[in-house]
Design a protein around this ligand. Structure first.
Ligand code: ASP
Length: 325
């Protein structure tokens, strides 16, 4: 059976987050018994700060985790000064901005994703509509754009003058030893445990700058760049996506939490596994974040520059993890 839009009208750090407590009279929607938990949001990178601010406001107002992560990530996508996400993202080798994004709803264990999407500044919202309006999970390239148009998204040029200048500079300095992965890249990934105890996650990226046209990273691949299990926790990645794809890092982290690891332990173990299989991971930039069902968050990274933001509904707290060497 096919589904057409038109047929429907459409290092390692731990942050042990305080004393946990369920909201009075509320039970986690997928559990028989209410266990103590603390709602929270964790977001990658410095540009995750305004995204977390917006997300925190929604969390505080009782918005569900799925809407929190979508609205939060939209903030980053809309900001033309962020060169790794949405409008203003750095283009591929042909000078074309192509975006990858996904979203996952723990309550229904459903997901939506788009890859290689052009001309739409909010790919995470297109991913949300893939999840809501179809029974598919991933749409790519022209098909994703066609779907977005039918779903009512407006097209625009996403290549800012700043990004175009950087692309021109890169072309002028083309290096014969180019390895295709030593590129600037910083995906925004956000995970949320809401006041009902439900989990969701989202990520959005323009991927590696100057990538080969058609290259897709980990960010829109469920289990690689993002994974959510409402009974266990959620995890997300930012870094060189090829390595994350080869080791399905986010799925691995959630499975490790299922087997009792705290979020920071799960992230760390997933990183060590990645390095054992792919020694190159010690030198590429990788960072993983996680939140569990109690609202504890954790992170592991080998990056000197990686930061993440945390909020329990209040002002975002900046965290600078100690890189794993
Ligand atoms: N993971 C992204 C990609 O490979 C890039 C990043 O997170 O920095 O496309």
């Amino acid at each position: 059976m096919t589904h057409h839009v038109s047929r429907r009208s459409f290092l390692s750090t731990t942050l042990l987050v305080g004393a946990a407590g369920a909201l009075p009279g509320e039970a986690a929607s997928d559990r028989d018994e209410a266990k103590p938990f603390k709602p929270g949001i964790i977001t990658t990178w410095e540009h995750g700060r305004p995204a977390t601010e917006t997300a925190a406001r929604h969390l505080k107002n009782g918005v569900c985790a799925l809407d929190v992560v979508e609205k939060g990530v939209n903030v980053c996508e809309d900001d033309p000064s962020v060169t790794s996400v949405g409008l203003g993202g750095l283009p591929d080798e042909n000078g074309v901005v192509t975006l990858d994004a996904c979203i996952m709803d723990g309550r229904r264990h459903r997901a939506g994703a788009v890859a290689g999407l052009q001309n739409i500044r909010n790919p995470v919202s297109v991913a949300r509509q893939v999840m809501e309006l179809t029974r598919h999970v991933l749409l790519v390239g022209d098909g994703a754009l066609d779907f977005a148009r039918k779903a009512g998204f407006q097209e625009q040029n996403l290549l800012t003058e700043h990004a175009r200048q950087r692309w021109l500079e890169w072309r002028q300095n083309l290096n014969p030893d180019d390895n295709w992965i030593d590129r600037t890249h910083d995906t925004v990934t956000m995970l949320c445990l809401d006041g009902r105890g439900d989990l969701a996650g989202a990520c959005s990226t323009s991927g590696l700058a100057w990538k080969i046209h058609g290259r897709v990273g980990d960010s829109p691949i469920i289990g690689a760049g993002l994974y959510v299990d409402n009974e266990v926790g959620a995890a997300g990645a930012t870094g060189v996506g090829e390595l994350v794809l080869q080791t399905l890092t986010s799925f691995t982290i959630v499975e490790l939490m299922r087997h009792g690891r705290a979020p920071h332990e799960a992230c760390r173990e997933a990183f060590e596994r990645m390095c054992a299989k792919i020694p190159e991971a010690r030198t590429t930039q990788e960072a993983f974040i996680a939140i569990d069902k109690q609202g504890r968050v954790g992170c592991a990274t080998n990056s000197e520059t990686f930061v993440f933001y945390y909020s329990d509904g209040g002002p975002p707290e900046r965290n600078k993890p100690i890189p794993i060497s």
